[in-house]
Design a protein around this ligand. Structure first.
Ligand code: NAI
Ligand code: MG
Length: 354
């Protein structure tokens, strides 16, 4: 790639967010210049601290500023002192929806040297890419409450599935599957019960699949998929699924692939009409915050996804290689390094690759 400056918005957030983001930025600062990339970073204080201080989750003016960046790098937001839903809906989901992050990309990969809770499973058995729809489904915020607090209360939470929304994420998933060696795509849904939405997803996968004859297509109900994630992870290559199912199966995927400290994600707008946002799957982990106990690896791998999205695939591969080496070495060191030490070690390995 030619020399370029990318405007990067950084949202460290709460709890361990700032700790892991610092390590992600450290690794980026080593790898980026080696590929002609300059990151022009601006930090934004959003999350529980700001909400307590000002009552704001995401002021319109800040959203407008964020929009003028090429990418967003986020740690985690949330704290037990903030009512559930305030930051999830007011900040995270608002960014995902308003910036049209219709692809929530979550790789599930077992690196050599990492312990999986699954017996008899080797790294080559777990290498999948979950493409979770990010802007629709039951997370769209459609529905309402009637007669709240009375015995006759009714709450509805509608699942929104548009032809347009399903097709664009399915197209992305097929394109990814076609690029990967196994060329397999599994649709995960529950079309035997959620018949209206399920049939739409099935039909779109069939129609788009006709353009990708080289990609093998499979279908699994979500309940069966959870079973096979554990008993036959080898079945999966690219998985495409709706927002809620994707949220749940990727936590299972993270567990299978060595834990939440390693799980990376990208909230992607593939057309780059809006900045995409890269963040670890985990939250702010208040139980270990401030103790330098958090594993920054998920954040570093999220930075690699960001590099790839920005067109710096070689830089991304370099970071992934450094992480793979670090994870392999970790199997021997007993897992006693601090957050900062792990960040230092990964950055050092990147530097040694030249
Ligand atoms: P969590 O992911 O923060 O923590 C779950 C468990 O995993 C905890 O025991 C924690 O110590 C551990 N853990 C998480 N990340 C780790 C890391 N990098 N290294 C080592 N251990 C790690 O989920 P939890 O406890 O349900 O939520 C805590 C807060 O985070 C809540 O306020 C929640 O709303 C918020 N949250 C925010 C997310 C985001 O910003 N995208 C995503 C998930 C939760
Ligand atoms: Mg989740």
């Amino acid at each position: 790639m030619s020399a370029r400056t990318v405007k990067l918005a950084v949202i460290p957030g709460d709890g361990i967010g700032p700790e892991v983001v610092a390590e992600g930025l450290k690794v980026l600062s080593v790898v980026a210049p080696r590929h002609g990339l300059t990151l022009d970073t601006t930090e934004y204080e959003l999350g529980a601290k700001r909400w307590h201080a000002t009552g704001e989750t995401l002021p319109d003016s800040v959203e407008e500023e964020l929009r003028r960046h090429e990418a967003i790098f986020l740690g985690a937001v949330g704290d037990p002192t903030v009512p559930s839903g305030v930051l999830e809906r007011g900040l995270l989901l608002r960014l995902r929806f308003n910036f049209s992050h219709y692809v929530n990309l979550r790789p599930v990969r077992l690196y050599p040297g990492v312990t999986t809770p699954l017996a008899g499973v080797a790294p080559e058995d777990v290498d999948m890419l979950v493409v979770r729809e990010g802007t629709e489904g039951p997370y769209a915020g459609m529905g309402g409450v009637l007669r709240r607090g009375t015995p006759g209360e009714i709450a509805t939470q509608d699942s929104v599935n548009t032809r347009f929304g399903v097709e664009r994420v399915v197209r992305y998933a097929f394109a990814k599957a076609a690029e990967r060696p196994r060329r397999k795509l599994t649709l995960v849904h529950k079309d035997n019960v959620l018949t209206y939405a399920g049939e739409l997803w099935q039909r779109v996968v069939r129609e788009v699949g006709a353009e990708y004859p080289q990609v093998e297509v499979d279908y699994l109900h979500v309940d069966a998929a959870t079973m096979f994630f554990v008993t036959q992870p080898r079945r999966f290559d690219v998985v495409v699924t709706d927002n809620l199912f994707g949220d749940i199966i990727t936590d299972l995927g993270a567990a299978v692939a060595g834990g939440i400290g390693l799980a990376a994600s990208g909230n992607i707008n593939p057309e780059a009409d809006f900045p995409s946002m890269f963040e670890p799957v985990h939250g702010s982990a208040p139980d270990i915050a401030g103790q330098s106990k958090a594993d920054p690896t998920a954040t570093v791998l999220s930075a690699a996804l960001m590099l790839d999205h920005l067109g710096y695939g070689d830089a991304a591969a370099q970071v992934e290689r450094a992480v793979a080496e670090d994870l392999q070495a970790r199997a021997k060191d007993g897992g006693t390094r601090s957050t900062v030490q792990i960040g230092d070690d990964i950055a050092q390995r990147v530097a040694e690759q030249g």
